[in-house]
Design a protein around this ligand. Structure first.
Ligand SMILES: [Zn+2]
Length: 411
């Protein structure tokens, strides 16, 4: 293993030893105290390697500056990775296992439990013959999402600080909270961070670049019925339970999460409560294209008009709430982040594909706050579960891509 990979690996092992699971039910920010302790431990390491202006704010965001090594004009570039891990699977007592120089074929994670990475559950592993692979031990997730991102940024920072002959402009570093719960980044002070554009290092496989994401609204559908004794209900009763079921089952089957992928949007009806008096249905709308997104919402409203006509005695109301929007147009309008990224990928001979995340990214929220932020792969597969694995060779490539970006930005 070369020196850079060894450094990334050592950091990954150190960082995943901290349980920083976030809590989707949490009501404070950050949702878990462990993220704050980890933030302070990160701040100490940042200071130690020479990062300047290191700060942990009241929410647990850690920021710092790698000063410019040239007087030439250069944009301020931000690098982001998140400190929390998902609560879907055990993130406590993580013991990473290093599989050096992967020989190909099935990779045993846990003999006793008969857990193996194979072509079926790890399709990208076949590309990594000869690589240094890291997995967990079958009892936990690995936490490469996104501690590998942090390890890459820190190793790059150390490298740049040790080599002032590498010309680059100011680089701002930020480690963030509560990405997995989707609740953290709203509290990040983009103005104070003062970067021109940034990257989140939080994608999965080698070559995956998210330059867009869903447009997202949530909605609440409220149905108030007319209740009475069922024995004398004819011509009078409006039953919210049945009306809700009718509305949900009338929505087209080819516009649901379980029937769509890639660039196709959907409506998900995700929660239903109620009785004969009233019922409430909660859902979300997701679509990459803003025009189609508006059409989805129109279609739902039209469907409700039909049901209002069918059930005149009931009161049917719908309320949409904006969640986030696609950053693609912002990245197009301020193209420097994507231009430098694509140039760096070509320079490092990485074949890549531009995708639109089927979800939100922290970068999309930041883009809308004025900081264009595409998402770069960190080099892992199968996040959020026990089959999560990463390639240190991929991680090293990310580091070189970032190094090219900061150098090219001054040219
Ligand atoms: Zn992540």
């Amino acid at each position: 293993m070369n020196d850079l990979q060894q450094k990334i690996y050592n950091r990954l092992v150190h960082y995943v030893a901290f349980d920083t699971t976030s809590d989707p039910a949490g009501t404070v920010t950050p949702t878990t105290d462990s993220q704050i302790s980890f933030a302070h431990q990160m701040a100490a390491e940042m200071k130690k390697i020479g990062i300047q202006e290191v700060e942990v704010d009241e929410y647990g965001f850690v920021t710092g500056l790698i000063p410019a090594t040239t007087d030439q004009k250069a944009p301020v570039i931000g690098l982001f990775a998140h400190m929390d891990t998902v609560s879907d699977y055990n993130g406590h007592n993580i013991r990473p296992v290093l599989h050096e120089n992967y020989a190909g074929g099935p990779l045993v994670i846990n003999q006793e439990k008969n857990m193996v990475l194979s072509e079926q559950n790890a399709p990208r592993l076949a590309q990594c013959v000869g690589d240094n692979i890291v997995t967990a031990d079958g009892n936990t997730l690995l936490g490469a999402d996104d501690k590998l991102g942090i390890a890459i940024i820190m190793t790059l920072a150390e490298h740049l600080l040790k080599h002032p002959e590498i010309a680059h402009g100011p680089i701002k570093v930020a480690f963030t909270i509560d990405e997995e719960t989707g609740t953290g980044i709203t509290f990040f002070d983009v103005q104070k961070f003062a970067a021109d554009f940034a990257y989140t290092i939080d994608g999965a496989n080698l070559g995956d670049i998210d330059h867009g994401n869903f447009n997202a609204d949530s909605f609440v559908l409220r149905i108030v019925g007319k209740a009475c004794h069922p024995g004398s209900a004819k011509g009078f009763m409006a039953n919210p339970v049945r009306i809700a079921a009718d509305i949900i089952s009338s929505w087209p089957e080819d516009k649901l999460p379980e029937t769509t992928d890639k660039e196709d949007g959907f409506i998900l009806f995700k929660d239903i409560t109620g009785g004969l008096e009233k019922a409430e249905v909660q859902g979300i709308v997701r679509e990459h294209d803003l025009t189609k997104f508006a059409k989805f919402k129109q279609d739902l409203l039209k469907l409700l008009d039909e049901k209002r006509a069918k059930y005149p005695a009931a009161k049917i109301e719908l309320e949409f709430k904006e969640q986030y929007r696609n950053m693609r147009d912002i990245l197009k309008a301020r193209p420097q982040a994507m231009q430098l990224l694509e140039k760096a990928l070509k320079e490092n001979k990485i074949s890549y594909h531009l995708t639109q995340a089927r979800g939100g990214t922290d970068g999309s929220q930041m883009s809308f706050k004025g900081l264009p932020t595409p998402n770069i792969f960190a080099g892992y597969e199968n996040p959020h579960g026990p089959y999560e694995w990463c390639s240190l060779n991929w991680a090293e490539k990310v580091l070189h891509v970032l190094e090219s970006i900061v150098q090219d930005a001054v040219k």
